[in-house]
Design a protein around this ligand. Structure first.
Ligand SMILES: [Zn+2]
Length: 250
């Protein structure tokens, strides 16, 4: 069924008000297919990083995560993957999961099915060329999904569209202290989206995001939260990335 003729007038009519179209496209909307946006357990937290890889920030972010034994999910832009293949290998080698964030970071909502397919395929192929396999997860740029996305996603063997429950605008220039304050709202079961890259160009400054994480990572761990990656969520609710030891039969 093609929903677009029904949705488009409503979305256009809502463009002034904004809220109704946000209802259809926003992170919690399920109109264009199911998405992952929480971990499923209030004992766990999922950190996700978009718009990389970014040689100016990603290596230091990897060190910071490793220092705290935290694993995360990185949604990469295809053209940056081709520019920095070694960094992509490093992200995977450190135990993080990798997802598709399109090839050039367009707003998918107004693109044809063919153009969406091209954006996803080029990113899938670029990641597969570096890592030997293509991702099973994708996140649409700006969180915008249209009626074509789900079908294209499944054609590519991608199992989940991944959104978020917490977004703090870390891409906007601001003092790190403000980001730290905004992240105070994070609770167990949240999926947090942060940015190690800038979709416009390699080398974007995301120092404030690192500083905010330096503040919060030890505090979240002290609060007893465990960090999960998207595969653990997609694979069935609320497992942590390291399954509990012992008590395992056969
Ligand atoms: Zn993005």
């Amino acid at each position: 069924m093609n929903l677009w003729p029904i949705i488009a007038p409503a979305a256009l009519a809502a463009a002034g008000a904004g809220l109704a179209s946000w209802g259809a496209m926003g992170p919690s909307a399920q109109l264009f297919g199911p998405t992952l946006r929480r971990t499923g357990s209030d004992k766990t937290l999922a950190l996700t990083f978009d718009d990389g890889p970014n040689p100016a920030i990603t290596p230091r972010l990897l060190d910071l995560l490793e220092q705290h034994h935290v694993r995360a999910t990185f949604f990469l832009i295809g053209r940056f993957v081709r520019a920095c293949p070694d960094l992509v290998r490093e992200v995977a080698a450190r135990g993080h999961r990798i997802g598709n964030h399109t090839d050039t970071h367009p707003n998918l909502i107004w693109l044809s099915r063919a153009r969406i397919r091209e954006e996803l395929v080029r990113c899938q192929e670029s990641i597969a060329e570096v890592l030997g396999s293509a991702p099973l997860w994708m996140r649409p740029p700006y969180g915008y999904r249209g009626p074509h996305l789900d079908a294209v996603v499944h054609q590519q063997g991608i199992t989940n569209v991944v959104m978020w429950s917490v977004i703090v605008g870390d891409w906007k220039p601001q003092p790190a202290a403000r980001l730290i304050a905004r992240l105070r709202s994070v609770r167990g079961s949240d999926m947090v989206v942060l940015h190690d890259g800038d979709h416009r160009a390699l080398g974007g400054d995301r120092q404030r995001t690192l500083t905010a994480l330096e503040h919060w990572l030890p505090r979240w761990l002290d609060a007893g939260l465990e960090f999960v990656t998207v595969d653990a969520i997609a694979g069935g609710a609320s497992q942590a990335q390291h399954p509990p030891r012992g008590n395992r039969r056969n």
